[in-house]
Design a protein around this ligand. Structure first.
Ligand code: NAD
Length: 367
């Protein structure tokens, strides 16, 4: 039975970069039996203009019915004056909430050809391949009580609550251990068990889950502040990092910067079994370069690769696609954001074409 991928291009550069991913899907459908049926709809500012809401109910229904969703990006200055709950970003937040996408996967991959783009020394980041698994729907960003109160003495008090339950910790831990089994069998769990009760519970629950179900995977616990330091000092020590919403927000941005290029960073948000995964580049809608055919489509194409791997279970095709990205970069083909001396600068669509050419010559697919 064929599977459905819902395409939500969004705003700004979204339609341009997603169009290149669609070219790849069509090629894989035709030549590698990917068997994906595509549906299309609007999200973000485009959806607000067309439907009066950044995520229309009908679109949400289509999302629920799809096997996975590939999104471009949302937002832009033309919607700055719109009410907060109708802003493009509100559409994306609603989608994550309605589908309960509690696990955010952010790989930090350093391609050999781009090793000089990192702000760290090449010998520290060369060959880097880390996966950060961030809890996305709980913790201090959502915990109650929260607010700002007037203390009546000229002082105000701002407060938020960090809270996690056993099941919230175990379900994100399970995602991380499962992924580590498909990678290098190592999980580093990060919290602040030394100063926070929620961190102490996090450590106990992850330890128990590991003992009961995942003792074949290596587990290490690390305080989140130390993890931030170790990511810069010796990032190769990590394979999968699992952490809460707040620490994950910070550690995933830090790890992303080890790679040096925003246009290369994919992401996935996953929910419970049977829920469609949401795949999108980590960057925004880049209104400053929208409509010029100069944006880098590779983060979106790598997000598609994650969809093919995690939602459609075709690791063979995802490997071939990742290798084609690697080959394209090795040949010196670059969009403006990753341009370097001696390389050839290409447009968004030329980057897609170069990648397809490498994919069509893939030894892995021919085998
Ligand atoms: P941004 O990521 O859109 O852009 C930051 C800089 O990186 C810009 O100079 C941009 O040109 C460049 N850039 C980003 N992606 C690129 C690509 N693929 N190729 C080449 N260059 C690229 O961040 P911003 O400027 O802070 O935000 C712009 C809009 O995007 C805002 O409305 C923001 O709310 C939205 N946004 C959306 C998402 C999302 O959809 N998940 C994420 C972040 C920001």
């Amino acid at each position: 039975m064929s599977k459905t991928l819902l395409i939500l291009p969004g705003d700004g550069i979204g339609p341009e970069i997603v169009a290149e991913a669609v070219k790849v899907i069509e090629w894989l459908n035709e030549h590698a039996d990917l068997g994906l049926e595509l549906e299309h709809d609007l999200i973000g500012g485009q959806a607000y203009d067309e439907y009066g809401a950044p995520l229309a109910d009908g679109t949400l229904e289509k999302c629920r019915r799809a096997d996975a969703i590939l999104m471009g990006s949302v937002g832009g200055p033309q919607w700055d004056g719109v009410d907060y709950d109708k802003r493009p970003e509100a559409g994306l937040l609603r989608l994550r909430k309605e589908l309960d996408l509690f696990a955010n996967l952010r790989p930090a991959l350093v391609f050999d050809a781009l090793v000089d783009a990192s702000s760290l020394k090449p010998e520290i980041v060369k060959g880097l391949d880390i996966l950060i698994v961030r809890e996305l729907t709980g913790g201090v960003y959502f915990g109650e009580p929260r607010g700002i109160e007037d203390l009546g003495n000229g002082e105000r008090r701002g407060f938020n609550t960090q809270t996690y339950t056993t099941s919230e910790i175990r379900r994100i831990g399970r995602v991380a251990f499962d992924l580590a089994r498909k990678r290098n069998q190592r999980v580093t769990s990060c919290e602040k068990a030394n100063v926070m009760e929620s961190g102490k519970l996090w450590r106990e629950e992850i330890t128990e889950l590991h003992r009961a179900e995942f003792h074949d995977v290596e587990l290490e616990h690390m305080y989140a502040d130390n993890a931030a330091m170790q990511l810069c000092r010796n990032p190769h020590q990590f394979d999968v990092i699992v952490t809460d919403n707040l620490f994950g927000d910070i550690l995933s941005d830090e790890a992303a910067m080890l790679t040096g290029s925003l246009g290369m960073l994919p992401s996935a948000s996953l929910g419970a079994e049977g829920t469609p995964g949401l795949y999108e580049p980590a960057h925004g809608s880049a209104p400053d370069i929208a409509g010029q055919n100069i944006a880098n489509p590779l983060a979106t194409i790598l997000s598609l690769s994650m969809a093919i791997r995690y939602s459609f279970e075709r690791g063979d095709l995802a490997d071939a696609l990742d290798a084609a990205v690697q080959d394209t970069l090795n040949q010196g083909t670059r969009t403006g954001d990753i341009m370097a001396d001696g390389c050839t600068q290409v447009s968004t669509s030329e980057m897609g074409d170069a990648l397809l050419k490498n994919l069509s010559q893939s030894k892995a697919l021919a085998a």
